[in-house]
Design a protein around this ligand. Structure first.
Ligand code: NAD
Length: 505
């Protein structure tokens, strides 16, 4: 078997026919020879073949990660050395930027602009944590008498990192960068449809000098490989990004071994347009808020609430621009909305739209599968806007995870806040107003981890990202994330001149 070590850890070409697992610093076939085909969602054609991890491969990955953590030197490296390695990973990614973008598009069918932004952010995540880890340290705490308390931050251990298909490289970076910066070892399980860029990132980590076993990547089924990692006694932490339903299952199972758990789950984020908003800016920001990444975003602003005085103007402009959104060649810089990940997800989206219509809603535009010349076998859905909805409808309550906006009117600030918070989820939210006092007042009352004020963007390295309520807990992308990959050890010492004799014997 060819090992990365023998090749001086050189990563292969980014785009190729066949991708292997990354276990213990080596590219490996699955132990049972399992292989599966990954589809390009834009065309429905084969994108590549991939080794499919089995339970035995996952066990080997856990052993490698455990061994690297317990007996390896990564966690003991001076922090500057770990920091340099993270910067090196970022440097290699920068030098292969276009290749990574191309591969991400091939595997997801997302638009060029979306893929470019996400690959750039993945790079910046490594750069951010290369810096952040240097300042992430313990403390000397004040104590009474002749005592001293020193706290140290120690890596939490072996981390299973389970990621979804909507942002394959970015989610892998959000997970791997803080974990290895902190000194942990990781086993990354990409979503089955989208393993390619996570596998290449694993190779780049090796190329940059991350020791064998610290980063392992095992694409396989969630129900067996994912579940196996969650239940494994030698895994100390599970960091999961995915649906709320699977998150609940993971939390229950992880409790059996009291693993540390962080959960980044689904959302149904509100987007409030007040009567004093800059309506054109609100229209443009709201379009991006729901149709970016084809609506396959956890923080997609999918519930629009528009003040009754500006409703007609907003809707007219919003529909006019929705109709102008371009679908098609994902590699074109003019494409706004890319493909849907697969046929199953397309059916889920269409099912929600049909259920809304059956419940009495009105589709103003879209509402069906998109047929695009040259992409007839791919998976596409028309950007869709639905009105005449209410909070009893499934399409308003549930995460659709597709390019579908539901729009309602409101009368006043109090009602807007009530509607925004009337959801099991609490990930993103947005509001549009020129009144600074209102923006602050409303932001404070919104039950969500992120509030975007006159702004369509939600994720920047250094800015906490995560949810309230059933959107999960724990924050990613920020300094606080490092706390979630470390344990705090309190060391208490006595420096008095007389020996202590607490029992006075
Ligand atoms: P999913 O929950 O179906 O799968 C996510 C991952 O979990 C995949 O790797 C899957 O193989 C694995 N998995 C499935 N069953 C498992 C099990 N029983 N045990 C362990 N692992 C298992 O989600 P998805 O469809 O891949 O992604 C879409 C979801 O992800 C949406 O709900 C979206 O909101 C959410 N998401 C959240 C964030 C965030 O930051 N909050 C970011 C991106 C996506």
């Amino acid at each position: 078997m060819e090992t990365l070590k023998e090749q001086k850890f050189a990563a292969l070409d980014t785009k190729r026919e066949f991708y292997q697992l990354i276990i213990n610093g080596e590219r490996k076939d699955s132990l049972n020879g399992g292989v599966y085909t990954v589809i390009n969602p834009a065309t429905g054609e084969k994108a590549a073949e991939v080794s499919k991890a089995s339970i035995e491969d996952a066990e080997e990955a856990v052993r490698a990660a455990r061994n690297a953590f317990d007996h390896g030197n990564w966690r003991h490296f001076p922090v500057n050395k770990r920091s340099r390695t993270l910067n090196k990973i970022a440097g290699i990614m920068r030098s292969r930027f276009n290749e990574l973008v191309e591969l991400e598009i091939l595997n997801t069918g997302k638009s060029l602009a979306a893929a470019q932004g996400q690959v750039m952010q993945a790079i910046e995540d490594f750069e951010f944590y290369a810096g952040a880890i240097v300042g992430h340290r313990g403390a000397v705490n004040s104590m009474p008498g002749s005592f001293q308390n020193v706290t140290e931050k120690e890596p939490v251990g072996v981390c299973a990192q389970i990621i979804p298909w909507n942002y394959p490289l970015m989610m892998a970076a959000w997970k791997i960068a803080p974990a290895i910066a902190a000194g942990c070892s990781v086993i990354v399980k990409p979503a089955s449809p989208t393993p390619l860029t996570a596998l290449v990132l694993g190779e780049i980590c090796m190329e940059a000098g991350v020791p064998a076993g610290v980063v392992n990547v095992v694409p396989g089924a969630g129900s067996d490989v994912g579940n196996f990692l969650v239940e494994h006694r030698d895994v100390d932490k599970v960091a999961f990004t995915g649906s709320t339903a699977i998150g609940k299952d993971i939390m229950a199972k992880a409790s059996q071994t009291l693993k540390r758990v962080t959960l980044e789950l689904g959302g149904k984020s509100p987007n409030i347009i007040f009567e004093d908003a800059d309506i054109d800016a609100a229209v443009d920001g709201s379009l991006f808020g729901i149709f970016y990444n084809s609506g396959q975003s956890c923080e997609a602003r999918s519930r629009l609430y528009v003040h009754e005085h500006v409703y007609d103007e907003f809707i007219a402009k919003f529909i006019e621009k929705t109709k102008r959104l371009k679908l098609g060649n994902p590699f074109s810089k003019d494409t706004h909305v890319g493909a849907i990940i697969n046929r199953d997800q397309l059916n889920v989206i269409d099912g929600y739209v049909k259920s809304a219509v059956a419940d009495g809603a009105t589709v103003l535009t879209g509402g069906k599968e998109a047929k695009i010349d040259g992409y007839e076998n791919g998976f596409w859905y028309e950007p869709t806007v639905i009105i005449n909805v209410n909070h009893e409808m499934e399409a308003v309550k549930e995460e659709i995870f597709g390019p579908v906006a539901v729009v309602m009117e409101f009368k006043d600030e109090k009602e807007a806040i009530h509607l925004a918070n009337d959801s099991q989820y609490g990930l993103g939210s947005a509001l549009w107003t020129k009144d600074h006092a209102r923006a602050t007042r409303v932001s404070k009352q919104i039950e969500a981890g992120i509030v975007m004020i006159n702004c369509p963007f939600s994720a920047f390295p250094g800015t906490p990202f995560g949810g309230y309520k059933q959107s999960g807990f724990g924050r990613e992308l920020c300094i606080e994330t490092l706390d979630l990959y470390t344990e705090t050890k309190s060391m208490i010492s006595y420096y008095g001149s007389r020996p202590l004799n607490p029992f006075a014997l």
